[in-house]
Design a protein around this ligand. Structure first.
Ligand SMILES: *Cc1c(COP(=O)(O)O)cnc(C)c1O
Length: 354
């Protein structure tokens, strides 16, 4: 349903792109010249416009601020050696955005706004896509409820916005991870599979508790027994056990269906590894570790791509890994980066030219 949608474009008088270097900037601090805004009212999306990046004026009674109907996506675009800008798997983000929207009782967004609007915005701001190694333009589509009403009910009006932020390499040291046994990120029947703002809000307290103990993130476990492994921080998690890449399966709805997770599963198979999407418990992981079978543990997500884990603690049992010896995670990262930056063939048609 790629209906051509009218977008009203108001361009900035003079680009701000030359005001600062685009090299090595920290994630999520700098925003480009323009943003896309669409409003949902009377049952339809309307007033689709691209305009200079600017603050919003909001009612204090804005529904999203009180009752949390707010969802988002994270997408990346890259400048290829041919000088063109390509977006990585945006149709998958669109599909997931609409899954999140349905769960949060929000309207879905058509391809004509999400994809075509994203492309039009990128076309206007393409000089902001950094051409340096390991750099990209982070794309943040989001939607929130805008009824100025305190009654608890699904909002009748919403805003959909896309903003763009140039980003440098995500230097992340291998992480120390605390296996969470008290707090819960997601529960069957809940909203773990949707990318809604509240999931992040709820993760901050347990994560800061883990930080106080010297860990970077938590490895979430299931809500009932705190036994089955779910995700690491806000990333999907992979374990290389006996040369098989194991990642928790999605069917319980407690795990966000990461697009990097999906790319990793595909590329690992392309590289000749066996993969398994299944339940995995902390007991199984510890037994495998004791048997010397756990060789690598890593997280996957759009922001960091692949994050290595050098230590995992469960109660008094600590697993240490020498990440310098690893082969799978580094090869996976290299392969994924090469496709996204246009340095190797895009065999799965992931890259979409703007
Ligand atoms: C966004 C997100 C991920 C990673 O998804 P990608 O599509 O790979 O960026 C994983 N877990 C959670 C909870 C997330 O919000």
């Amino acid at each position: 349903m790629s209906a051509v949608i009218d977008i009203n474009i108001t361009q900035i008088n003079k680009t701000r792109v030359n005001d600062q270097s685009l090299e090595n900037i920290a994630f999520g601090h700098i925003f480009t010249d323009h943003m896309l805004v669409a409003n949902f009212a009377n049952g339809e999306w309307q007033n689709i416009e691209i305009k200079p990046y600017q603050p919003l004026t909001l009612e204090p009674s804005l529904a999203a601020l009180h009752y949390g109907q707010a969802i988002f996506e994270g997408v990346k675009a890259y400048k290829h050696p041919d000088g063109e800008v390509y977006i990585s798997r945006p149709y998958d983000n669109l599909e997931r955005f609409n899954i999140s929207a349905k769960r949060m009782q929000m309207p879905t967004i058509p391809e004509g706004i999400f994809i075509d609007g994203m492309k039009a915005l990128l076309e206007l701001d393409k000089s902001w896509v950094p051409a340096y190694k390991d750099h990209s333009l982070y794309i943040r589509p989001f939607m929130f409820a805008t009824d100025p009403v305190l009654g608890v009910k699904p909002s009748e009006t919403y805003s959909f916005i896309i903003i763009l932020s140039p980003t440098g390499p995500y230097y992340s040291e291998p992480m120390r991870i605390y296996v969470e046994e008290k707090y819960t990120r997601a529960v069957t029947g809940g909203v773990g599979f949707s990318k809604n703002a509240g999931n992040y809000g709820a993760s901050m307290y347990p994560t800061s508790k883990a930080r106080e103990l010297g860990y970077d993130q938590v490895l979430w476990t299931d809500a009932f027994e705190h036994k089955y492994l779910q995700e690491v921080g806000m990333m999907n998690v992979f374990f290389i056990i006996n040369n098989i890449a194991v990642t928790p399966s999605l069917e319980e709805g407690t795990i966000l269906a990461g697009i990097t997770r999906d790319s990793a599963l595909q590329l690992l198979q392309d590289m000749g590894y066996e993969v398994a999407e299944r339940k995995i418990s902390i007991d199984e992981l510890i037994d495998s570790h004791k048997a010397g079978l756990v060789s690598e543990v890593f997280g996957t997500g759009t922001a960091a791509t692949i994050s290595l884990i050098k230590e995992l603690r469960y109660k008094d049992y600590v697993m240490h890994f020498d990440t310098n010896q690893w082969t799978v995670a580094p090869a996976l990262k290299k392969s994924l980066d090469a496709i996204r930056t246009g340095h190797s063939a895009d065999l799965h048609n992931w890259m979409v030219k703007i």
